[in-house]
Design a protein around this ligand. Structure first.
Ligand code: ZN
Length: 371
């Protein structure tokens, strides 16, 4: 997807471009239809980050999520959920912002972008959304929205020949005065510790939509809860890196710090990451996504993306943070933010692996347990 799709000339086109053939045939001459660009092409051409355009170099692991979201929208698959349990700084919020803008601009859908609280949401519109738009005409077309006379706080309107589409940026902690705008796409960013009734409110907004796509992304802090529970509900894909010497595949976060080689310290030579079995050098970017093998809930795809899967985050920095984290609470924080392995620290000794073990039918026989 590094190259633009055929026929794509860097111009954003609406659903008009996807009309059936009979509608684009005129006067016996077939009019060439311009296909809507895939999400990945839109990100690379339209979304700006500090220092230039968004790119997948060093973030190859994010491509599968982007392609998956793109296919859902291209095919119009209804009621899909995508959940990403993530390490911090991996670039997934930029993908989420790009998805929001792609949906309003290219797919002409209404999008809700939900953040933990209203202060965060208010800042986000100006500091992240507006700055992500590279095309000045697109940026100029975005205005503060009005919907049924409600406050325009957090509501961005994108007028077009087919009417307006909205991007609604809202803090989900306080939804008391939120307006009941119907949505097609729900993006929930870092909403790991929200009251369940607020999440239910956001779900209800999709009731009238034919597409009803939900994208959850967050660092997990609560084993078995929040984004971790969402990840577990899906098909649970993990990044597997091959060892070319012994032909085994490794998930690096599950083998931390065993996969850490001497080269992860700046003062020592040698490979940065090594095969936990044979010690051969591993390449973080050379992995592939593998689902857990057990089916998840229908229509729910989920990824766990640690910092180790994203080469743009320097390994020596990750290793330095690990060495600096000595107390159990610091180690727990490292596991959440770098390894994408939710860890409640000492306060929460029960983790999802233990819960799964307790739920397994044999050799135990158990009643429902209230923890
Ligand atoms: Zn090996």
């Amino acid at each position: 997807m590094g190259k633009p799709a055929p026929g794509w000339r860097g111009r954003i086109v609406g659903p008009r471009a996807e009309r059936p053939h009979q509608e684009v045939i005129s006067g016996g001459r077939r009019v060439r239809s311009r296909a809507a660009p895939p999400l990945g092409v839109f990100l690379e051409s339209e979304i700006g980050v500090e220092g230039g355009r968004y790119g997948f170099t060093g973030r190859e692991a994010l491509r599968e999520v982007v392609d998956h979201l793109s296919e859902i929208l291209r095919l119009g698959l209804p009621e899909r959920t995508v959940s990403v349990l993530k390490g911090t700084q991996i670039g997934m919020t930029t993908v989420a912002i790009g998805l929001a803008l792609y949906c309003v601009r290219v797919r002409r859908l209404n999008v809700g972008y939900f953040l933990p609280d209203q202060d965060f949401a208010n800042r986000f519109g100006d500091t992240r959304i507006r700055t992500a738009i590279r095309n000045p005409r697109f940026s100029a077309a975005m205005r503060d929205g009005r919907y049924k006379g409600a406050s325009s706080k957090g509501l961005k309107e994108f007028p077009g020949p087919d009417g307006s589409r909205f991007l609604y940026i809202l803090g989900l902690n306080e939804i008391g005065n939120a307006i009941s705008l119907p949505l097609d796409v729900l993006i929930r960013d870092e909403v790991d510790d929200l009251p369940p009734e607020n999440l239910a409110w956001s779900n209800d907004r999709l009731d009238a939509s034919k597409i009803a796509l939900t994208f959850n992304l967050a660092m997990g802090r609560k084993p078995g809860g929040g984004i971790h529970a969402m990840y577990e509900d899906g098909d649970r894909r993990t990044w597997r890196v091959p060892c070319l010497a012994c032909h085994e595949e490794w998930n690096l976060e599950e083998h931390w710090p065993g996969a850490l080689g001497p080269g992860a310290s700046p003062e020592l030579a040698g490979p940065g990451l090594v095969c936990p079995r044979c010690g051969a050098s591993l390449s973080r970017a050379a992995g592939r996504w593998v689902p857990s093998g057990e089916p998840g809930a229908p229509g729910h795809a989920s990824w766990r993306i640690s910092q180790l899967a994203v080469e743009a985050i320097r390994l020596d920095r990750i290793a330095a943070k690990w060495r600096a984290a000595r107390r159990p609470s610091e180690r727990a924080k490292f596991r959440c933010s770098a390894l994408a392995l939710p860890d409640g620290g000492e306060s929460q000794p029960i983790d999802a692996a233990l819960l799964r073990l307790l739920r397994e039918p044999s050799p135990y026989s158990m009643e429902a347990v209230h923890l």
